[in-house]
Design a protein. Structure first.
Length: 299
């Protein structure tokens, strides 16, 4: 698993990350959501040992990235947002370089690399230079290279951005496959729909701080909205019996994993409390709603 413990990073006088703590458990996909510049890539670079924190540490399968870097990184595969491959190199060259670092024999390098290229539908291009690859093909190769590492922990940094539809579908299937294999996966993206579809939990980062971590199974699909001009204190007291209540003037929102099953109880309680209901609805709260609400609470 991945554990981030009180990580802080400054660039000159600007705080990029402030006291960040989070984890990614085995057999789990955690989404890391945030606007551009929120600190997602800086956190990823610290997790991979490419950047040192000013304070705090990251543990990968209990190995410290600061003190046991080689052991920690052997357990980690990273797919960066932007590739920096030499355009004159080919997949075969990089597979050989990585395979040598991992102590693979030549036949193992050949068989494993061919299997990984097949998994991302890049058969037949093993010795072609990267200069002949489209951006989508380059992204798919980086995914293949991460699979080649046979790691236990995977970091995907904005991997869905700029990837072609074929690669996007393959990536979704591979992420689910890795989770089912027992791996821990951190998926960074500002494409909230992808995180919502794939993640077990989502951590929202805003201006270098954690705004919250949300279990999507409990937070989405369970919301009631009610509009009323009744006494706010009285109304909030009644609604609090059924979940977490937030208020925006005369609009009240109640969130609870079983709110849909308690509709009759809610209506009965509102009637007994003589609440004047202007409108009421039960529906689905999306990750977009959670994200915007979290950012608003930080302001």
């Amino acid at each position: 698993m991945i554990q981030v413990n009180a990580v802080t990073k400054r660039f000159h006088n600007k705080i990029a990350l402030e006291n960040i703590s989070m984890d990614v458990r085995d057999s789990e996909i955690v989404g890391l959501a945030g606007a551009n510049g929120a600190g997602k890539t800086t956190l990823m670079r610290i997790m991979t040992g490419l950047m040192m924190p000013d304070f705090g540490d990251v543990l990968i399968d209990k190995y410290s990235v600061l003190r046991e870097r080689s052991r920690a990184l052997r357990k980690t595969a990273w797919v960066p947002e932007i590739s920096n491959m030499d355009l004159m190199d080919s997949p075969w060259i990089l597979f050989n370089e990585f395979g040598s670092m991992f102590g693979y024999g030549r036949e193992q390098i050949r068989s494993e690399s061919e299997k990984c290229m097949k998994q991302v539908s890049l058969e037949g291009v093993m010795r072609r230079p990267f200069s002949s690859f489209s951006n989508g093909m380059k992204k798919r190769f980086l995914i293949a290279l991460s699979l080649f590492q046979n790691a236990h922990n995977y970091l995907f940094d904005e991997t869905f951005a700029g990837i072609d539809p074929v690669g996007s579908a393959l990536l979704r299937d591979l992420i689910i496959y890795l989770r089912d294999r027992g791996c821990s996966i951190l998926l960074s993206s500002h494409i909230l729909s992808e995180l919502e579809d794939l993640s077990d939990r989502v951590t929202i980062i805003n201006s270098g701080k954690i705004s919250g971590t949300f279990d999507l199974g409990k937070m989405t699909g369970n919301v009631m909205t009610l509009r009323s001009r009744s006494n706010p204190d009285k109304l909030i007291k009644t609604l609090s019996l059924f979940g977490s209540v937030s208020r925006d003037r005369n609009l009240y929102t109640v969130r609870n994993s079983n709110i849909m099953e308690r509709r009759e109880d809610i209506m009965k309680a509102l009637k007994e409390s003589e609440i004047d209901v202007l409108s009421i609805s039960f529906g689905t709260e999306r990750l977009q709603d959670i994200f915007m609400r979290s950012l608003e609470s930080d302001e």
